[in-house]
Ligand binder design. Structure first.
Ligand code: GLU
Length: 612
């Protein structure tokens, strides 16, 4: 994507500042219990942050590869969950923080390892994968981790061999697990697979993308590929919150407060749900085995931007951005005065709430409470145009609300629904078949309001023949015209009949006359997709020609039903004798009044929307 590099990104500036500052911290010691790890250059330092839309901010040695080590445990765990489900995994590995070092040999009272983030739990987890995938186990782990990273991760043979040759403590743990019947497969194969998974090469950038994949509920935001299920992403992050940072985990939640996992190779991965993934690399470790600089990066980002997962911003009241009824705000449909009067009288029977932002469980509760405060309504319209997300808790509460409405006489309408978008399919899919008697969906709010208006007019009109050949006298433009003048015009107008879906006027045509709609409905549209207004019988179109003769028509007019019109050619008006000049004066005055009325309607809409 093309970017304007002259506009600096504040997050890049922040990362650059903390990078320079933290680089000065030379404390800590590289891991040496795996001989090959002690050979890395301790000065390397890289930070990468992948946003949930797949943009990477990075600085320093963010592309430098190193072995993933313990960070792999989170991903092997997610693979085990995908393969056999949480229940099976839980039979052999717990979910409790151990409060002990990563290589602790202590187990829970039931002989299970405390959790999958310490070596015992991780080896049990890899052994479980081996028991299912047999000789393909390592390839499977490598594949899922590559999918998380969005590129093929390779193996550091030297580190693998080094650990395989010296990992006696892990061997001891594995044999104890076998003794405890936690490992039921070949111990050596499980260990080799585990050492290999720890020796996969990643960069800080890879870790950032892997973290962002967890943060995006299992979808890699760069490749857009789903790697694991939503539930398994959530479970993996939960364990990272409680046990990801060895025996520093409690402090970690307290001070930093987002899911993370570190590895003795010097990497740290973190994920802030729905926002970003973070990867850091700096080999010197503190006493607990966590990268000194990596911890500092996470602490600074979290505290400066207040990113603790428990620090939730937003107010449920912001979920309603506009609230009005149809007494004072209406669709862009032109209606004759009689019908406008009906809407002015009965419009309050329909109420519109425009909703916005990320709607959660409590926002729905708030919206429903606001609805409760209204007098009894025939219609409630909820516009979803500005809604970015509906949480599943919100979804359930909304569903229950719709069910309760079924026993009342209120009809609920959702408008501004993008029918094909993933979000709405998910929501309305789970809300069941919405298009029943009580609920209706509209792609746009104007259409929803128009539909309700038509309903109210039908219901409350005392006029029996709605929409059948209107009386010309009731046309707004002919108001105050004498009977003889009206007859004079009538004789000169041409009656035209149109079928459904016919274009009466095309944008760009020369404006040569005015149409008076006597029966049926037409749409005024700039293009075929977007209707500006619907006109009902008793109104006119093409009236601007009166002010600007010979100008170009500014929109298309298309029939929505069969229609009858009286067409008044402008040349008739041109040829009017002096004695009839009053006709033109009246028409122009009426047109001015009509335009003022439209302007007032627009002002009222703006005013009411602002006043929520
Ligand atoms: N391969 C390492 C081990 O099992 C990983 C340890 C770690 O990164 O915490 O000892």
């Amino acid at each position: 994507m093309k970017r304007n590099s002259l506009i600096p990104l504040p997050l890049d500036i922040f990362l650059k500042n903390i990078y320079g500052n933290i680089l000065l911290n030379k404390s800590g010691k590289t891991a040496d219990y795996i001989p090959e790890l002690s050979r890395v250059n301790p000065n390397q330092f890289g930070i990468a942050l992948a946003s949930s839309d797949g943009y990477i901010h990075e600085i320093g040695d963010s592309l430098q590869e190193f072995t993933i080590q313990s960070i792999s445990k989170a991903f092997a765990y997610s693979l085990a969950l995908e393969l056999v489900g949480e229940k099976e995994v839980n039979k052999i590995i717990g979910v409790e923080p151990s409060g002990e070092a990563f290589n602790s040999i202590r187990f829970q009272n039931d002989n299970r390892p405390f959790n999958p983030m310490i070596n015992a739990g991780a080896i049990a987890c890899t052994a479980l994968i081996c028991s299912i995938e047999k000789s393909k186990a390592f390839k499977k782990i490598q594949k899922i981790m590559s999918d998380f990273a969005g590129r093929n991760l390779s193996l550091d043979e030297k580190v693998f061999k080094s650990e395989n040759a010296t990992g006696d403590r892990n061997r001891a743990i594995a044999w104890l697990l076998k003794n405890n019947k936690i490992i039921k497969t070949n111990v050596e194969q499980s260990l080799v697979t585990y050492f290999k998974q720890c020796s996969l090469l990643v960069s800080a950038r890879d870790l950032a993308t892997m973290g962002a994949t967890l943060a995006c509920n299992g979808i890699n935001p760069v490749t857009k590929k789903r790697v694991i299920s939503v539930e398994n992403a959530l479970k993996t992050m939960s364990i990272m919150v409680s046990s990801g940072m060895y025996d520093y985990s409690g402090e970690w939640v307290y001070r930093v407060g987002f899911p993370a996992k570190s590895g003795v190779g010097g990497g740290i991965i973190a994920a802030l749900p729905s926002q970003f993934g973070l990867g850091t690399f700096s080999p010197p470790l503190d006493r607990q085995g966590n990268s000194v600089r990596g911890i500092e990066v996470c602490k600074r980002i979290s505290s400066y931007y207040n990113l603790h997962i428990l620090e939730i911003e937003g107010n449920i009241k912001d979920s309603i951005v506009a609230s009005y009824n149809l007494q004072n705000i209406r669709s862009s449909t032109e209606r004759k005065e009689k019908n406008i009067k009906i809407l002015e009288k009965f419009g309050a029977k329909a109420h519109v709430y425009e909703l916005a932002g990320s709607i959660n469980f409590m926002s729905v509760d708030y919206i429903v409470r606001r609805l409760q405060e209204l007098d009894e309504k025939e219609f409630i319209i909820l516009s979803m145009r500005k809604v970015s997300q509906l949480s599943s808790g919100a979804d359930k509460l909304l569903d229950a609300f719709i069910q309760t409405l079924n026993s009342l006489s209120t009809k609920i309408i959702f408008s501004d629904i993008e029918f094909n978008s993933q979000t709405w399919n998910k929501i309305f899919g789970s809300l069941g078949n919405m298009e029943d008697n009580k609920t209706r969906l509209f792609e746009n709010n104007n259409e929803a309001i128009r539909w309700v208006e038509d309903f109210l007019i039908q219901k409350y009109s005392t006029d029996e023949k709605v929409n059948i050949n209107e009386n010309l006298k009731e046309q707004f433009l002919f108001k105050a015209l004498s009977n003889s003048d009206l007859d004079f015009l009538k004789e000169r107008m041409i009656e035209k009949k149109f079928k459904k879906n016919v274009k009466i006027i095309s944008k760009g045509d020369e404006a040569d006359g005015i149409y008076f709609l006597q029966s049926g409905k037409v749409d005024i549209a700039i293009n075929l997709q977007k209707s500006l207004t619907t006109l009902n019988a008793g109104t006119c179109f093409g009236e601007f020609a009166l002010i600007e003769p010979k100008s170009k028509r500014s929109a298309n007019v298309i029939t929505l039903t069969e229609c009858t019109c009286f067409y008044l050619p402008l040349k008739i008006l041109d040829s009017i004798q002096q004695s009839r000049k009053k006709i033109i004066e009246t028409l122009l005055k009426n047109l001015a009044l009509l335009l003022i009325k439209r302007l007032k309607d627009c002002n009222s809409i703006i005013n009411n929307i602002l006043d929520r």
